[in-house]
Design a protein around this ligand. Structure first.
Ligand code: FUB
Length: 342
């Protein structure tokens, strides 16, 4: 069933569509936008998609990115500036290939860029690089974050000043290949393959005071249905796949994520950064292109979602970032976003 849905979605990319919003820039391909406000300015930390000529497969080898460029703007709808190279794979001592979706955080005068990249053994790890400037250049630490694994770091700083990293992704993100702290290179290419058991969870770890390591253990981000039961592996329309994000609204913690092979953005609400989180529903229908990846940010009393699609290229590995308003109902539930208008 999953394979059929994947095929249908790929076919979608050839259709001509009308879109809810326009690409933020067209000079380079950008994806996986993690947006933040630092010093009253909006900064977007995206992947930089390139045509590397690597054949497409379920591992995502065609996402063969080599560097990052940060985008900035003074306001939504304002001029978007693309900054110079912030970090290159060649300047990360332990890196092998595939610089995937990054995020950033700020503390005590330093900006921290968190990035997933495969190490020289082809295992995804998460690294950190620092700069005094939000757009870099960033200097990578000599080793990946101890205990880090998989992809898609998303940084959340709570109102008490504590910062957390949410991370993980199945299939090409390799989360399913980790068991008891060990990586199995011959493990499943997709998920746990235990259809009737709880789905694999995203991970969350509190950052240490210096923002360079995890403070304590890595925990599972549990997503429960409204009866308190975990979502199952076979529940492809609702279970976590990749692209985690966290935001806080009216004292509640909103864990948002991509369902991957079914292409939705979904959300679950909890009472603290560790959860458990109760599944609420989907809030964005599939975009053009296979991947869905987003961030959510409050800017002067309005909420926005940053996301990507393939409007400029029609190719799933050459994406462009976009932004649109995110609206809620009076009870805090998120209104559905329809990214394709026809
Ligand atoms: O950009 C490479 C990967 O595609 C990201 O890490 C995933 O979230 C998906 O968007």
């Amino acid at each position: 069933q999953a394979a059929n849905k994947t095929a249908e979605k790929s076919a979608d990319t050839t259709k001509k569509s009308k879109y809810l919003s326009a690409p933020l820039i067209s000079e380079i391909y950008t994806a996986d936008p993690s947006a933040h406000v630092f010093n009253d300015k909006i900064y977007i930390y995206p992947s930089h998609d390139v045509e590397a000529g690597t054949p497409e497969n379920d591992n995502g080898d065609h996402f063969d990115m080599r560097d990052y460029h940060i985008l900035s703007m003074d306001s939504i709808g304002g001029k978007v500036t693309k900054h110079e190279v912030a970090l290159s794979v060649k300047d990360i001592p332990w890196a092998g290939r595939q610089l995937w979706a990054p995020d950033a955080a700020y503390k005590n005068g330093t900006y921290y860029l968190y990035f997933p990249v495969k190490d020289k053994q082809d295992v995804f790890r998460i690294g950190v690089a620092t700069s005094k400037n939000p757009v870099g250049p960033f200097k990578a630490e000599p080793e990946p974050i101890k205990g880090s694994l998989s992809i898609d770091p998303a940084m959340f700083t709570d109102t008490d000043g504590s910062t957390y990293m949410y991370f993980g992704g199945i299939w090409g993100g390799q989360l399913q290949r980790w068991k008891d702290g060990k990586y199995d290179a011959n493990g499943s290419k997709t998920d746990s393959q235990k259809e009737n058991e709880p789905a694999l969870s995203a991970k969350v770890a509190k950052m240490s005071g210096d923002m360079l390591s995890f403070d304590g253990e890595i925990k599972d981000v549990q997503i429960l249905d409204k009866q308190g039961k975990p979502l199952l592996t076979k529940d492809h329309d609702r279970r976590f796949f990749e692209g985690a994000w966290m935001h806080k609204y009216n004292g509640k913690y909103y864990f948002t994520y991509s369902t991957g092979d079914t292409h939705y953005l979904a959300y679950a609400i909890g009472d603290n950064p560790y959860g458990p989180f109760t599944y609420q529903g989907t809030f964005m229908n599939p975009v053009q292109g296979w991947t869905t990846h987003h961030s959510i940010l409050e800017i002067t009393d309005k909420w926005y979602i940053f996301y990507h699609d393939t409007e400029l290229s029609g190719k799933t590995h050459l994406r462009n970032v976009k932004v649109t308003e995110l609206k809620r109902n009076a009870d805090g539930t998120i209104q559905m976003i329809e990214p394709i208008l026809n």
